[in-house]
Design a protein around this ligand. Sequence first.
Ligand code: 5GP
Length: 191
Amino acid sequence: MELLKQKICAEGRIYAGDVLKVDSFLNHRMDVDFLCLLGKEFYERFADCGVNKILTIEASGIGIACLTAQFFHCPVLFAKKAKTSNLSDELWVSEAHSYTHNTDHKVCVSKSYLGPDDRVLIIDDFLANGSALNALIELCRQAGAEVIGAGIVIEKAYQEGGDMIRAQGVRVESLARVRSMDPEMGVVFAD
Ligand code: 5GP
């Protein structure tokens, strides 16, 4: 999506540890009008797929998930990062590794809110090694929900997540795909 690529080039900052910061419009301050355009783009790509639930993970996916859900007129369910080891039987639970914090944690959703009638579009801000997305797909698998696809704002296409998830047969639509980035050269897009 051209507009998004321009915004990343203008406002994105590349940090050590292979992290692209887009705090000015997505991950800290949120440019709601702009994020609505991204939500509409996800809607256009998945409009005829019968999506009836959007699933994301706290915290940074929630904003873009909500702004996407307004076009689908469906609820948003966000997976919580679990802090305790004694998790209730009322939860679907999977494991994820945090790319930005370099920690492992459990992610969970209530069994009341995810089940076999759900046709799920997963939305997230970034796709890097695919751990977050994998954990959300696993929650759907446990619940017997159908994964229609994943909508990602920024895919770092040089990392393994995109190929790994697509190899599972999951449709992944990324609005910007980064081929390489470094502080000198800036961001280069894959397509
Ligand atoms: P993965 O699980 O695919 O390795 O990483 C995806 C998650 O890590 C996203 O939910 C996002 O919050 C975070 N993440 C991964 N790479 C970046 C990055 O370059 N910049 C930012 N801001 N977050 C990232």
